[in-house]
Design a protein around this ligand. Sequence first.
Ligand SMILES: NC(=O)c1ccc[n+]([C@@H]2O[C@H](COP(=O)([O-])OP(=O)(O)OC[C@H]3O[C@@H](n4cnc5c(N)ncnc54)[C@H](O)[C@@H]3O)[C@@H](O)[C@H]2O)c1
Ligand SMILES: [Fe+2]
Length: 390
Amino acid sequence: MNELAFFKNPTQITYGLGAINQLRPIIEQQDFKSALIITDRGIIQTGLVEQIISQLDNIQYAVFGETKPNPTVTNCNEAVKTLSEIKADVVVAMGGGSSIDVAKAVCLLATNEGAIQDYEGIDTCSNDLLPLIAIPTTAGTASEVTTFAVITDEERQNKFTIGGIRLAPKWALVDPLVTQTLPPHITAATGLDALVHAIESYTSKLANPISKALAREAIRRISANLRQAVYNGDNIVARDNMLMGSLLAGLAFNNTRLGNCHALSHPVSAIYDVPHGVANSILIPHIMEFNMLAVPELFSDIAVDMGENLTGLTLMGRAQAAVNAVKTLSKDINIPSDFSHYHVDESQLDRMTVDALASGNIAVNPRKTSYQDVVELYKKTMGGVKSEII
Ligand SMILES: NC(=O)c1ccc[n+]([C@@H]2O[C@H](COP(=O)([O-])OP(=O)(O)OC[C@H]3O[C@@H](n4cnc5c(N)ncnc54)[C@H](O)[C@@H]3O)[C@@H](O)[C@H]2O)c1
Ligand SMILES: [Fe+2]
């Protein structure tokens, strides 16, 4: 193999119990004078934001707490307004991927002109961003280290991605203690999102030995600890493994992009407001079954990492064991098996398919994917439309 392997991680990571307390030293060392905290109402209710505010006692600060799950262009514009009111020279994001992604958009708009929609795509901005300190509170997206932000354009009902090395936070304070307040259903959906990141990165056409090692360790940690984190949220060992698993998966997919699962999940979330982790969790078994025909040996590795007993199985049997392991895990943690409760039906099928095919993640998926393939994959996830959201 003479191929080159590329790997980037522009973020300075502090990981561990109490990592959040490293905020004050960073603020002091960098001599920041004014900070904007970006978060959401759910996080504010937990009292976690107080742990940030108590470290900002010597500088001016403001809090933007209106981030929505599947964050919007409006969220970004409102937060920029607060930023300019206090002339912040640093942004602190505390939350899941939604708060961190809004913060990335705000840091971009602070130093680059125009609207956030203008920056869709990779390497689209020319100026360095305002510095960002990211504190993740979900073990899911790993946005604290990634070079992507995903924003929903409400008008176009479209989820778009902004990417590029400039998007990466300067610092990530990654502390398992702040994930202990996550309720079981959010732990489940965000945890499976992290597992999907690891699976898609491991099987990506751009995977290399460095990203693969990270992705496999992420799969091992997440599959061995997600049930415990959901059903015994105080179990700090499980929380620690989940957060480290999510981080490792993020470092991996930052370098490989993802695959069909994320390409197909974004249109569903944009149109039907399905939480990101739930959308991926419903799609992933079908995507794995589609992809395993192209790269069964990689799915066999995933089955090993998920602790499956593969004795006596053929290669395809081992690949199928990985799919079954993901299905069992989803069922155990109460993830719905289809989109029926979100009223996803065939009325938007063409539009969702066209949007999915435009994603950069389709290009790195291990199996070539056609329009008809995407239609069939979506149809498998629709189920019969039911009247109540559970
Ligand atoms: N930037 C990236 O690289 C990247 C990667 C994958 C996904 N995403 C995006 O991230 C978004 C999803 O982020 P997410 O899944 O982390 O969820 P989220 O940020 O949308 O948060 C979901 C809910 O969990 C609550 N919550 C979060 N942490 C909590 C805690 N510790 N205690 C109690 N409640 C808590 C929030 O209040 C919110 O209601 C989507 O828009 C998705 O597209 C971004
Ligand atoms: Fe994701």
